[in-house]
Design a protein around this ligand. Structure first.
Ligand SMILES: C[S@@+](CC[C@H](N)C(=O)[O-])C[C@H]1O[C@@H](n2cnc3c(N)ncnc32)[C@H](O)[C@@H]1O
Length: 149
């Protein structure tokens, strides 16, 4: 299972804030499964890229939206584990545009997931997503990183 941490950003400099933390989690995730990060200038570019990722299985798109479903870290890990065990080839975790996702993007999403009801800035949201993906793999592996408190 290959993981892509994606973000729709109109300004590339937004990527730099939180960069060291983000990069650290990307390398930690890569100990468990191939992981890359991708930035897109528009939602359209992201959605087109997702459609081009067709392999043996359709890319599974998890779009982050404050009004989406809320999972505990354990529930999130279980979802990641299901996708891995089902043989999903690529899972995309995406942070959206400043104005939020369009109806078309929400329709394409396999899962709309919230990090909580408060709105976070892009830079922070992508670090939180990267950390939770890493945490999910440690939970699946029984690694002591996650104590559940
Ligand atoms: C700065 S936010 C945009 C917020 C948008 N202007 C609004 O008021 O809903 C940019 C992106 O960060 C992500 N994001 C921010 N807070 C979030 C949260 N609490 N849960 C999930 N995603 C969040 C979403 O992907 C959102 O599209």
């Amino acid at each position: 299972m290959k993981i892509t941490l994606a973000a729709v950003l109109s300004t590339r400099s937004l990527l730099e804030a939180g960069g060291r933390w983000f990069d650290d989690y990307v390398s930690r995730i890569a100990r468990y499964t191939p992981c890359e990060s991708q930035a897109f200038e528009s939602e359209k570019a992201l959605l087109e890229w997702i459609e081009r990722q067709q392999g043996r299985t359709r890319a599974y798109a998890i779009l982050f939206d404050s009004r989406g479903r809320q999972y505990s870290s354990e529930e999130f890990a279980a979802q990641v584990g299901r996708l891995r065990d089902e043989g999903t080839q690529r899972v995309v975790f995406a942070i959206g545009p400043a104005d939020g996702w369009s109806p078309a993007a929400k329709q394409r999403a396999d899962l709309l997931l919230s990090l909580g009801l408060m709105t976070l800035p892009h830079q922070l949201a992508r670090v939180v997503v990267a950390e939770q993906v890493y945490r999910a793999f440690t939970i699946l592996a029984g690694h002591p990183y996650h104590s559940g408190h």
